[in-house]
Every structure is written in C-alpha cells, then in structure tokens.
Design a protein around this ligand. Structure first.
Ligand SMILES: *Cc1c(COP(=O)(O)O)cnc(C)c1O
Length: 382
C-alpha cells in the first residue's frame, strides 16, 4: 500500500529544505518500487518541478501516461532510443559517448535535443572524466550553435553525502564549481546546475545549486545511519502487509522451513506468511519483523520463494484464531510498528534496496490519491 499523501508531505518537506533551489523527484525503478506514474503525479502536485529517471524507457512510460513535466533520463546504453527521447521532449543526460548519437537523433527528428552534460567529480561511475570535460563542452557548444541541441543542464552525483562527516563531498563540490566555470567560459548558460541527492539536500545547502535530485526522501526514508524518518520530518509511504495464511499447533522440536535451521522450543503455533524472496523479501533476512495482532514476531527459519514463518508461541487451542489476521512487514513506523529500516538491518543492506525490490507480484494499492492539500490538516508536523 502506497500513501500518496505521504509522498506529497515528503516532497513539501524536501522542497522547503531545498528552497530556493527547485526539486527533481527521482522516480526511477518504478519510483523505488512505489509506482512511477502515481508517485510522479503526486510529487508534481506537491511542488516538484522536474522528474528524473535512469533510462529513456522509463521516461517514455511517464510521457505515455500523459505526464509532460520536464523529465531527465541519465543512464544509456548503445541500444538506447535517443530518437524517441528527442521526439518525446525527454532531456538526455550526456557523459560524452552519447553526444554524436544524440545529435544524429536530433537531425532525424528535426528537433533540437535537450541535454544535461554530466561530469564525474569523484564518484567514478558515469559522467565525463575531468580531462575530457573541456572538449565535451566545446563539442556540445558547436552543436548548440548549429541548432541541434540545447545544453539545458550541467550535473554530477555525490558519493558519500550520506556520511556528512567525510571530506570527499567538499572535494566533489569544489571540482563541480571548477567545471561549471570552465563551461561558463565556453559560453554555456545552463538553466539548471544540479548536484545534490537526498542526503545532500538535507545536510548540505551549499550543494543545492538550481535543482536538487531527490529520490529516497520523497519515499519518506532516511539516508542517514542513526537518523530515523521521523527525526527528518519524513513519512515512509510504503506499507507492506499481507495476512496469516495458515496457523497451526506444532509440538516441541518442530523444524521450520528449508534446511531445518530452526526448531520450536516447546509446543507452539506457527504462522505462515505468504511472501518470500520472489516477492522481494531478501532470503538472508531471517529475523526480520512481522507485526500480527499488535505484537511483532521475528521470522524464523529460512525465507523461501513464496513464504516464510513466524513462531507465535504457545497460543493454546485458540492459536488457530490468527488465521487471516493482518501481518504487517513494514509501514510508516508511527506507532512503533516494523519499518523498512528494520528489514534492511535484518538483511545487512540499506532501506533503498528493501522497497525497490518488492516485486511486481505484490499488488500495489494507493491511498489518498486525491490531493487534499495543506488544508486537509495533515501537514506541518514532523
Ligand atoms: C538515484 C539517483 C538520485 C537520487 O538519489 P537519492 O539518494 O535516492 O536521493 C539522484 N541522482 C542520480 C544521478 C541518481 O542516480
């Protein structure tokens, strides 16, 4: 279940932190598993002015749904359809090798491409290497002079903004300022310069420039170790719940799930939870929390493809009564319930991965689809 009011609340919270910089809502990977189209709409309603995705295919899906906001796609392969991006008015991130292909697409479509030049200021992933920046800017400006493209933006991505005490963010910021100066000297006049992700938006105002690209925060999750969503004024938007699909009494010593790695320590009732790693729950996350009837139980034994088990203890003859009871794996954590952070901890990973991997087999339902705005009284509090 996805709470679109939580998305709107989080966008407003991040927009306030970013102001006067604008907000790009990053909705790649099906909006981190939340549903790209409904999330994109809610984010735009709440004041995001840009959308960002990794792949052109993701951008085209948003356009096909009728979303016409400024939209940037930044990760391409030699198979990417630049022509479709130009035709759909999708802005294209360009690290260098794409430039000639983008220009060919613009010629073919008889329409100038909109590009954002990407520079690698230290992350070591995509983006132009620093020693290529000068020539990339020069080539892009020649094409711009020929009317084949417009350099709309210049951007880079931070490596350690989630660890604010580390010095590399300062170095990346200094490098970014230098490459901006080089570009400006070459005559580039970008509409938007952008560097910050969610952690930098929340902790480093000096990285905001004209636009911040926020993903995790709009889903209400904290990028910082040791700081909760609530402490940041964010509300987790995704709740994952199912029902107890079987409930049975077993004797002491009953082995549970593949490998029989867990045995009951006495007479007990086992509750079957009908989600597993095919639904995106990491197989290594034994011990992760499931809340049933107001109590939280750890998953015992191995997590299987489709199911997992909690040991409900000795419930006596009434134990079977929990058949059909709601079983919540994670939610907004407001009333002390389990969170995506708890599952990340159980799996030895980060909350990004927990929500993003919830598979398409799990039906998404949306609540608060209607924007009732600030007047609805749910705003203004952390
Ligand atoms: C995913 C991504 C973001 C968003 O990062 P968050 O930490 O989720 O805010 C921003 N920029 C780029 C280039 C990304 O790939």
């Amino acid at each position: 279940m996805i709470d679109l009011d939580a998305i709107r609340h989080n966008v407003r919270r991040l927009a306030a932190a970013a102001s006067p910089a604008k907000v790009m809502a990053v909705v790649k990977a099906d909006a981190y598993g939340h549903g790209a189209v409904p999330v994109a709409r809610a984010a735009l309603e709440a004041g995001a002015s840009w959308l960002g995705v990794a792949h052109i295919s993701e951008a085209l899906a948003l356009r096909a749904a009728g979303i016409d906001a400024p939209l940037l796609a930044w990760l391409h392969t030699t198979e990417s359809n630049f022509g479709a991006a130009v035709a759909a008015g999708v802005d294209i991130g360009c690290s260098g090798w794409e430039l000639d292909r983008i220009v060919a697409a613009a010629r073919e479509q008889e329409r100038p491409a909109r590009i954002h030049l990407k520079v690698d200021t230290g992350l070591g992933r995509n983006g132009a290497a620093l020693d290529r920046w000068d020539s990339l800017v020069g080539e892009a400006m020649e094409y711009q002079d020929q009317g084949l493209l417009r350099v709309v933006g210049i951007f880079s991505h931070l490596a350690v903004a989630d660890e604010p005490e580390r010095p590399e963010t300062d170095q990346q910021l200094a490098t970014f300022r230098e490459v901006l100066a080089v570009a400006e000297d070459a005559g580039v006049d970008p509409e938007v310069r952008h560097l910050a992700n969610t952690p930098a938006t929340l902790s480093r105002p000096d990285t905001h420039f004209d636009l911040v690209r926020v993903g995790l925060g709009i889903y209400g999750l904290s990028p910082f170790q040791g700081q909760s969503s609530a402490e940041l004024g964010l509300r987790p938007a995704m709740t994952l719940k199912t029902v107890v699909s079987q409930c049975k009494e077993v004797p002491e010593g009953q082995g549970v799930s593949y490998g029989l790695r867990y045995h009951t320590s006495g007479r007990s009732t086992l509750g079957l939870i009908p989600v597993g790693y095919a639904d995106g729950i990491p197989r290594v996350a034994t011990g992760g929390p499931v809340r049933i009837a107001g109590r939280t139980y750890p998953v015992v034994g191995r997590i299987a493809m489709d199911q997992m088990v909690v040991d409900l203890g000795d419930l006596g003859p009434g134990g079977a009564g929990l058949l059909g009871a709601e079983a919540e794996l994670f939610g907004d954590g407001a009333d002390g319930g389990p969170t995506a952070d708890d599952w990340a901890h159980a799996a030895g990973t980060i909350n990004y991965e927990i929500v993003t991997r919830i598979s398409p087999r799990v039906p998404r339902s949306f609540i608060n689809e209607e924007d009732r705005g600030v007047a609805a009284g749910r705003e203004g509090g952390a």
